[in-house]
Every structure is written in C-alpha cells, then in structure tokens.
Design a protein around this ligand. Structure first.
Ligand SMILES: Nc1ncnc2c1ncn2[C@@H]1O[C@H](COP(=O)(O)OP(=O)(O)O)[C@@H](O)[C@H]1O
Ligand SMILES: [Mg+2]
Length: 293
C-alpha cells in the first residue's frame, strides 16, 4: 500500500471515529488492555506536601515492552539514552546557545497512534532512572489520555481539574510513584473543551510556573498530535524542547513537513523515527536545534 493510500485509509478511519480533521488524516491506536491498580492516597508528607502516592505494576509494564528500572531492557534503555542525551545537555546549558525553558519537553507527533505515549513514558522513566533530577510526566493529551491506563493506574485528578477549578493547585493532583524520582500529573476529568484548555491563560501560567519554580525538574508532556488541533501547536510554542515522533513507514512525508513547519517557532525540535523495523525506537534521531550533542 502506498503512503498516500495509507494516509487516505487512516483519514477514513479517523472520520469514522468521529474526529474532525482539517485537511488530513488521523487514526488512534487501540488502547492496550490494562490491569487497573488503585491510586492510594497517603498521609501528607511532613513537609506539608499534598502529593499522593501510587504504585505502578513494574512487572506488567516490563511485560508490555516498556522500560523499567529493575529489569533494564538493554536495547530500549540504550536507545532512550541516545534520545535523552541532547535534551539533558540543553537543560544543563551545556552548549553555546542557552535554551530557555529547556526543562519543558513536549512529546508530540503529526497524528495519533505514532507512539507519543510510548516515548513519553519511556523517556520519563529513563530520565528518572539515571539522573539526580526529578521528572514530572504530564498527560497533556487531554482529549485521549492514556498515560494512566498505560501504567495500569486509574484515572485521577489532574491537569484539566487544576485548569478549571481555581481552588486546586498543581500539588493537589501530583502523584508520586514507586519509580524513584518519577511523579505523574494525570490528564484529569474529561471535558468537552479539553484541548482548548491547553492554549488557555491558565495553562500558560502553569507552564511559566513549571519553567521557573520547578526549573530543576524535568517536565515531560505527552501532548496531543499536532495536525488535528491548533492547541497542540500553541502549546509547543511554550516548550523549551520538542520531540516529534514519526511512525516509520506510515506517516506521510508531507505530514512530517507540515508538523515541522508548525514547530518552526520552537527553539529545539528533534524528530524521532518510531516503530522502525530496524530498531524499536530511535533508529533515526534527527536534531534541529542550537546544541547538537
Ligand atoms: N517503539 C515501539 N515499540 C513497540 N510498541 C510501540 C512502540 N511505539 C508505540 N508502540 C505501541 O503502539 C501503540 C500506539 O502508541 P501510543 O504511544 O499509544 O501512540 P500515541 O500516544 O501517539 O497515540 C501503543 O500500544 C504502544 O504501546
Ligand atoms: Mg498517547
């Protein structure tokens, strides 16, 4: 099947799924069945922190082919080491050109199903495993959240709740995990205008906060795809670094070019070829930015 035929087929699938598409396609990969674990509230930490704790079933995650701290999958771990190296270098300010908000890292793609959640989860775990710095993984694909189900966790209060309920603050929704230094911010309660919230003033001030108050913490955003929604493109302009996931042999070149054009204003954009037959992930890792590693 040619790339054009594939694109047309995916567009048709998307439309059948009731998703509005501007000029091109989208089809969402089916969610994996997940064993649901409970999010257990814990007593407040002595510091006064309101964050709760939750337990990710690491054996299940490993069996699904994801990175886990205890059973390091050599190949995948190595691939994500390559992926994160330039991101971390930019955070450290290790190059000639400082990257503003380098701690805010958005993972996106042209279309759904290309592997944003796969990459976000693995990248966040990989960074939490090897670094002194804390990692916050944000499920920002608010219209189709999947971080929690992918990790085998129940949905919980999150980003949308913080942005729509003035009585809530970030700390109210944070979930500490049994992966050392990895905290989650779920997408929160579904909302018909979910994606719009991502381009709101409230989101902008939350991002400002994350960039300044939490500047020592890496924030990985599992973002919506770029082409079906303008909000995702707006969100990208507030990020220090963007990873554009491209599904190997599937995403038409034309769409990749459109996505790169949409990301033109972002200081650092890296492309990552995912689901390649040559390698599971990161077989080609392109870099567009001021600090090549
Ligand atoms: N490199 C990969 N190797 C194996 N499975 C992958 C890979 N990338 C994605 N997947 C799987 O493909 C499906 C779609 O990926 P997902 O991360 O949900 O895409 P998106 O978040 O972009 O919609 C998921 O079941 C995911 O686990
Ligand atoms: Mg996803």
């Amino acid at each position: 099947m040619s790339i054009i035929e594939q694109a047309a087929r995916r567009l048709e699938e998307l439309r059948r799924a009731g998703i509005e598409v501007p000029s091109i396609d989208v089809a969402h990969a089916p969610e994996q069945a997940s064993a649901i674990a409970t999010v257990a509230p814990v007593a407040r930490a002595p510091s006064g922190s309101k964050s709760k704790a939750t337990e990710i079933d690491l054996e299940r995650l490993g069996a699904m082919g994801y990175l886990t701290p205890d059973r390091a999958r050599a190949k995948l771990a190595e691939e994500f080491r390559i992926v994160k190296r330039p991101l971390l270098k930019n955070m450290r300010g290790g190059g000639d050109t400082p990257v503003e908000r380098a701690n805010l890292i958005m993972v996106t793609s042209s279309l759904p199903g290309e592997g944003k959640t796969f990459v976000s989860v693995n990248l966040a775990i990989s960074m939490a495993m090897e670094l002194d710095k804390h990692v916050l993984l944000v499920d920002a694909d608010v219209a189709r959240p999947s971080v929690m189900s992918r990790l085998g966790l129940e949905p919980s209060k999150g980003l949308l709740d913080i942005l729509t309920d003035p009585s809530l603050e970030l700390a109210d929704a944070l979930l500490r995990t049994n992966i050392d230094k990895l905290t989650l911010l779920p997408a929160g309660a579904p909302n018909r205008r979910a994606t719009e919230v991502l381009a709101s003033d409230g989101m902008n001030s939350l991002l400002d906060d994350m960039a300044t108050r939490y500047s020592d913490r890496i924030v990985v955003f599992d973002a919506p795809p770029l082409l079906p929604s303008t909000e995702s493109r707006v969100l990208a302009t507030h990020m220090g670094q963007v990873i554009l996931v491209v599904e190997a042999e599937k995403t038409p070149q034309k769409l990749v070019a459109q996505s790169l054009a949409a990301l033109e204003a972002c200081p650092v954009v890296m492309t990552m070829l995912n689901k390649s037959t040559a390698s599971e992930v990161g077989s080609y890792y392109g870099y567009y930015g001021p600090l090549p590693d």
